[in-house]
Design a protein around this ligand. Structure first.
Ligand code: B1N
Length: 854
């Protein structure tokens, strides 16, 4: 019920609220003290650092809310077309530093807290690191939100407010142990619960037919259970703009209505129990990256957030004055982040046809004009397929809709290609077999206006290998550009400005303004200084500063002292066989063996190196977990060997996460992006490393290829076979022609000897199993050995590492390459990526909120 405008003195209220919170240091101090006392019930004389963080968070929240509310009003007033990003994951990372930077409050905040005797950076460390995502896909979504706000685009994110994010990784005796991450703790000051914004979401039940009030034949989905989706808003401030957008996350709550029959049947406790279970739905993020788990709860999560989001955006649409359904595509664009939200195709149809009473044909026309789909992987094990039986039970109406859509689709194809063309079974949404399944990729492509890959090579693979029949179909109907490329990016605000303030200061000083932060092409202006000796000394000082922070971090997390003059070599990403952390650690063993062979005098001449490897393994991924154990064990041997430890150190860094990345990335000299060609769709940390002046050791895969194009061949240490060579090498290997380099043989021998097993029989067996699998020593006939061609690429990997050492020996040359690469990264700002999405896919235009709005 709305307040009665006659009784309540609205005008008076408006006047009172008609001023923004002031942003001078003294006002910030006052806000801080007020929140400490009145919001947190602390006294000014007795509070902890955590209280201080929370009060500072509330100071920011006030300002974020003002901006969020006004931006929403502005978008509404302007009646703009809106974009909606649907993603099951957002790896947002800590809010505070980013919010201060984007709200342009860095100076006054710094002064305010110095004035209170506090160090801002210490407050940042009090914040939990919200990890509502697995890896690259979730982090990309978070960078996208930052760019959408910065570009003043009227775009929102929708997702799930998991109570437990990505698990915390502990390393015990060299092995991964997963610990729950209850990130919400005592509440997050940056999120705004909206108990007034809820939608019912039905699951299970059955479909009946009946008549509506007007006597028209209609379909009813009834029974089952109803879960309530409640909104939690997360303001996303843009940089250098007054716009603040929203990330709306849904939490599952028991439905508001009581089932009175249940109560009268004296099943009170049962009924409360079943309501409590509703909350399990948004309890936990599935910790899989680039594979999927066919668990029923996961499908429930997907439908839950998709349904709530579509209900919310359609409600917003029909609140527009004189809306017409035919205008929906002029006002709404939806992006499906991978197939995780793809049930949206059927849900949009259900909402339009069953609830809004739009005719089927028009509803399909609207759906296919509004929805778009991004593919993030071509790994077959990651392509989602749900058993028909599961969908039929959980979403009976959706199965009917998908069946009808498929029928019409197949008829269309038969007309084009003949009744029995083999393309028909490839293009059908249903996969036949013992267990009949729905292919979500096919459903997504069919329901989408545009389909995109995330790097040039990846988009080509989608067209030629993953969905060739679809691509042919698109060409046949004259729409080859239904599949487009949108190369990924990262936000320079978090990944340069916040993560590496020293580098940000250098750029701003040499370029004369901080414009580069919203227009990275400005960095080209650094190129003329790339041989400038003054810049060189400032650049090297910046690296030293970053390395000092890294050293403190590694000391704390790994209890290891690292030499800050050493070359820092980092590989941080999810542990996966295709990413080949195994090849990296095998090379470290080889380097160790070479060092051991040398005389002390010769060792003195070799390049010192510190190799850091970090990343989480999916909890059920056996081989990935063995690789972690191997890395840990190799570290234990090498780091304490007095012959070599001065020249080579290696550590597994536990609990890799966004905040760890912000410390590690700026300190790297080189980073490893060494996936088998054709397997890594894009990669995004590669971009962050180079923006921070690190160089890449990498394969011709994903975005590496485009980074090389932008920065120049000389800035990258490329090795390994090319994508078009992979099939041939694998075929030869299968037929027994697969030679193993003698240096790698020596590494295998050391592992088999138990040199890294610490006398643990279990580890010994596991390590041997890894090596045996590479060498394909296993059950006859099944070649499932070195799937990712570690053996075949190993010699050229050694060569690339030798080139790294040789180049690093020339400090001035290295520094020049580092400056050259970092200054050539404009293409990889998500500002560029998002502009392309907005122009080519969404048709959404900036709506810049003027400040004098109030
Ligand atoms: O998406 C990133 C890319 O840069 C990476 O190359 C790619 O591996 C990553 C199922 C995924 N692909 N697929 C996933 C994540 C969670 C899940 O449950 C699949 N992640 C990627 C951004 O484009």
């Amino acid at each position: 019920e709305e307040v009665d405008g006659d009784k309540v003195k609205l005008e008076k209220l408006w006047k009172l609220m008609d001023t923004y919170e002031p942003n001078d240091p003294e006002s910030i101090q006052k806000s801080f003290a007020r929140h400490l006392e009145y919001s947190l019930a602390c006294t000014r004389f007795n509070f902890t650092m955590e209280d201080a963080y929370r009060a500072a968070g509330l100071v920011l929240r006030d300002r974020l809310l003002e901006s969020l509310n006004d931006t929403n009003d502005y978008y509404r007033k302007m009646d703009v077309k809106r974009g909606y990003y649907l993603s099951a994951e957002y790896l947002i990372g800590r809010h505070m530093q980013n919010a201060i930077a984007n709200l342009d409050l860095e100076q006054p905040f710094k002064e305010a807290f110095i004035g209170l005797g506090m160090e801002l950076e210490e407050l940042f460390h009090e914040e939990a690191d919200p990890a509502l995502g697995n890896g690259g896909l979730g982090r990309l979504a978070a960078c996208f939100l930052d760019s959408m706000a910065t570009l003043s685009l009227p775009c929102w994110g929708y997702g799930i407010r998991y109570s437990y994010g990505m698990f915390k990784q502990e390393i015990q005796n060299g092995r991964q142990v997963e610990c729950p991450d209850f990130w919400i703790g005592d509440g997050c000051p940056f999120e705004i619960p909206r108990p007034d914004i809820t939608y019912p979401v039905r699951l299970y039940g059955e479909v009946t037919h009946g008549e509506d009030e007007k006597g028209n034949w209609c379909v009813n989905w009834v029974g089952g259970e109803i879960v309530q989706a409640m909104a939690y808003d997360n303001p996303i401030p843009g940089f250098d703009t007054y716009n603040t957008n929203n990330l709306r996350l849904w939490r599952a709550c028991p439905s508001k209505e009581f089932d009175l029959d249940m109560f009268s049947a004296a099943a009170y406790a049962d009924s409360v129990e079943s309501r409590r279970k509703a909350e399990d739905l948004s309890a936990v993020l599935y910790p899989n990256d680039a594979t999927y788990e066919g668990k029923e709860l996961r499908l429930r999560q997907q439908y839950f957030f998709v349904s709530a989001s579509l209900q919310d955006l359609l409600r917003d649409f029909i609140k527009r004055p004189n809306y017409k359904w035919s205008e929906l595509p002029e006002k709404v664009a939806v992006q499906m982040n991978d197939t995780h939200p793809t049930i949206a195709v059927a849900e949009m149809m259900r909402l339009l046809v069953d609830v809004m009473h739009v005719h089927w044909e028009e509803a399909w026309d609207l759906t296919t004009k509004c929805l778009n789909y991004t593919n993030h992987t071509v790994m077959p094990e990651a392509l989602e397929k749900w058993p028909v039986e599961m969908i039929e039970r959980m979403l009976p109406r959706h199965l009917q809709i998908i069946g009808e859509l498929n029928l019409r689709w197949i008829k269309d194809l038969q007309k084009k290609y003949g009744d029995h063309s083999p393309v028909i079974s490839a293009l059908s949404i249903f996969e036949e077999g013992d267990i009949k399944k729905i292919r979500m990729g096919n459903l997504a492509i069919m329901g989408a206006n545009k389909v995109n890959g995330v790097a040039a090579i990846h988009t080509e693979i989608i067209k030629k290998e993953t969905f060739p029949e679809f691509y042919k179909y698109c060409c046949d109907i004259g729409k080859p550009d239904k599949i487009v490329n949108m190369t990924n990016g990262v936000t320079p605000r978090r990944w340069v400005h916040c993560a590496n303030p020293a580098l940000s200061a250098i750029f701003t000083k040499y370029l004369g303004s901080h414009e580069w932060l919203t227009d990275m092409t400005k960095l080209k202006g650094m190129l003329k200084f790339k041989e400038d000796s003054k810049l060189h000394s400032e650049w090297m000082e910046m690296k030293r500063e970053c390395k000092a922070k890294l050293a403190a971090f590694v000391k704390e997390k790994c209890d290891l002292d690292i030499d800050q003059d050493a070359l820092i070599d980092i590989q941080i990403k999810r542990i996966h066989e295709y990413k080949r952390q195994l090849m990296n650690i095998l090379y470290v063993i080889h380097r160790y063996q070479e060092l051991k062979k040398k005389s002390p005098g010769e060792r003195e001449k070799t390049q010192k190196r510190v190799v850091l490897i970090g990343g989480k393994a999916a909890s059920a991924y056996v081989n990935a977990k063995i690789i972690i154990k191997l890395i840990s064990n190799v570290g234990k041997v090498i780091n304490k060997d007095p012959d070599t430890s001065k020249y080579l150190k290696v550590a597994f860094v536990p609990n890799y996460c966004v905040s760890a990345a912000q410390v590690m990335i700026p300190a790297s000299d080189i980073s490893e992006h060494i996936s088998t060609a054709g397997t890594e769709a894009s990669g995004t940390s590669n971009m962050k490393f180079v923006m921070n002046g690190g160089l890449i050791v990498g394969t011709m895969d994903g975005a590496n290829i485009e980074i090389r194009e932008e920065c120049g061949e000389d800035t990258m240490f490329i090795f390994g076979c090319l994508e078009h060579q992979v099939a041939d090498i694998a075929a030869k290997a299968k037929s027994g022609h697969y030679p193993i380099d003698s240096r790698l043989q020596a590494v295998f021998q050391a592992i088999r000897n138990g040199d890294f097993s610490h006398g643990e029989p279990e580890a010994q067996a596991e390590f041997c199993s890894l090596v045996d699998r590479l060498c394909n020593i296993q059950a006859a006939g099944t070649w499932d050995g070195d799937k990712y061609l570690v053996i075949s690429d190993f010699p050229s990997f050694i060569d690339a590492q030798a080139r790294v050492d040789a180049t690093y020996a020339d400090k001035a040359k290295w520094c020049k390459l580092s400056i050259q690469a970092a200054s050539s990264m404009a293409k990889f700002s998500t500002d560029r990526t998002i502009k392309e999405y907005a122009e080519v896919i969404w048709g959404v235009k900036p709506a810049v909120r003027p400040l004098e709005d109030r």
